[in-house]
Design a protein around this ligand. Structure first.
Ligand SMILES: [Zn+2]
Length: 461
């Protein structure tokens, strides 16, 4: 007898759509059948609902341990569960993981603090080259690298970056690179401050498109030269995608990551909302946002994540536009915002699953344990009501920040049930899971072979 059976669902994966039932045993998918097997202790009737694999959000900041007045793992992972996210990959700039000791201590700290499964990203500091392999072997899922001094994390110059890429490539690790050129953002800042500028317009001018382009061109070239597997974090405009494509075509093992704020917000929002639309790189023009959606649909962008980095309203308002924290809350609203696009006919649900579940799991090496629906995979599943009409409301946000940049947006489509390894953590649109039910995720063992065959997209070429 199985533990749980989800019956009469419309099952959608990145490549398939069929009516069926899924049986779960010991946290794993034990059977997928067209007709219900009716042999389980509990059954969920999913008539009218769509069953998809749980989302894998590879870029969130839960500030825990760290500035837990902004967010913590309990609130952040609750928001994730409500947003149909069953695995998060987290890093916190305030308390960066730089050693095996810190990695183990953080895992120990988080033992009873998450509703969803989690992996951790370590920070690669210029002077930490010698620690990276040990961190990788101990289970960090990727390394975060900065080309500019931001959020208190130091920049890497070209020499440091090149040697770090060589080192990560030597053990076939992977990294997520924040790309803005340090000299250009610094020059912009000096000139804007000399002109006594304090208006919201500084965000776009300070963190310019040029700063991002120069850094991406550099990082993409270095990725090709060193052979490192790298993701360009938070792409804000189309030229960046073209720069990535150019190096992909030459053999670079590169992926591009998009976040919802580059699709749903624009430079007008940044100018109007100031601190509440301050993140970097910033949102660009509305026509560029539209072009990015086309690039997602054509396959030129491979990954979707949130870059969830909240602050409370009070924290955003307590400092000048220069000094207040970068970042937005979003892990609860990313999938709903995308479901809205699906209902508007602007993207398929299959493509959303590929971008936000399957591809991140593959790039991180946790597929097919995560990011798919198949027998033997973790029963990380989400039931969607694609017809449910609701409005995003600051008062109902589960993140500690207590607000959303999409407050007031009318949405069609909602995650109603979220299961993490067969545990129901969201039921009928409400939280039922307890902190501690989420477990650390480690790389799938069969996937740790050093081979290009394990690079999604590139392997297909
Ligand atoms: Zn980030």
């Amino acid at each position: 007898m199985f533990d749980l059976e989800i019956i009469n669902a419309t099952i959608v994966t990145s490549t398939q759509r069929f009516r069926g039932s899924i049986s779960i045993e010991n946290g794993k998918i034990a059977a997928i059948s067209n007709e219900p097997l009716r042999n389980a202790k509990r059954s969920i009737n999913a008539e009218g609902l769509v069953l998809v694999p749980g989302m894998v959000d590879q870029h969130v900041h839960f500030m825990d341990p760290g500035e837990t007045s902004r967010e913590d793992f309990i609130h952040g992972s609750t928001a994730a569960a409500m947003g149909g996210v069953t695995t998060v990959v987290e890093h916190t700039h305030g308390v960066p993981v730089r050693s095996v000791k810190a990695f183990r201590e953080k895992n120990e700290h988080l033992k009873n603090r998450s509703l969803v499964d989690y992996g951790l990203t370590a920070h690669a500091f210029p002077e930490d080259l010698g620690n990276l392999k040990a961190l990788w072997d101990d289970g960090v899922l990727m390394f975060k690298i900065f080309t500019c001094t931001t959020h208190g994390i130091p920049t890497m110059n070209n020499d440091q970056l090149y040697r770090t890429f060589e080192e990560i490539a030597s053990f076939d690790g992977t990294c997520l690179v924040h790309c803005e050129d340090d000299a250009i953002t610094e020059g912009n800042e000096t000139r804007l401050k000399a002109a006594s500028r304090n208006d919201n317009g500084i965000i776009s001018e300070w963190r310019s498109e040029t700063a991002e382009e120069i850094a991406v061109a550099n990082v993409a070239l270095m990725a090709r030269l060193t052979g490192v597997k790298a993701t360009i974090a938070h792409i804000s405009h189309p030229l960046v995608v073209d720069l990535i494509k150019r190096e992909q075509a030459e053999g670079a093992r590169l992926y591009g990551e998009i976040c919802p704020q580059y699709l749903f917000l624009d430079d007008q929002t940044v100018a109007e909302k100031g601190p509440f639309a301050k993140f970097t790189p910033p949102a660009r023009s509305a026509d560029k946002a539209e072009k990015l959606l086309e690039m997602i649909n054509s396959g030129s962008i491979q990954l979707l994540s949130t870059d969830h980095a909240p602050s409370t309203v009070q924290q955003k308002l307590s400092k000048s536009i220069w000094e207040c924290n970068f970042g937005l809350p979003g892990v609860e609203t990313t999938l709903p915002m995308m479901l809205n696009l699906v209902n508007q006919g602007k993207i398929t649900l299959e493509r959303v699953i590929e971008l936000y579940s399957e591809m991140p799991a593959k790039v991180l090496g946790i597929y097919p344990q995560k990011g798919c629906i198949m027998v033997g995979a973790d029963a990380d599943l989400v039931l969607l009501d694609m017809n449910h009409k609701w409005t995003i409301n600051n008062e109902k946000i589960h993140s500690k920040s207590g607000w959303s940049p999409y407050d007031g947006t009318e949405i069609v489509g909602k995650p109603m049930y979220t299961l993490v390894r067969g545990n129901v953590v969201v039921e009928n649109g409400g939280v039922v899971g307890e902190p501690g039910s989420g477990k650390p995720v480690t790389r799938y063992k069969n996937n740790s072979i050093t081979s290009k065959a394990h690079d999604p997209v590139l392997a297909d070429k």
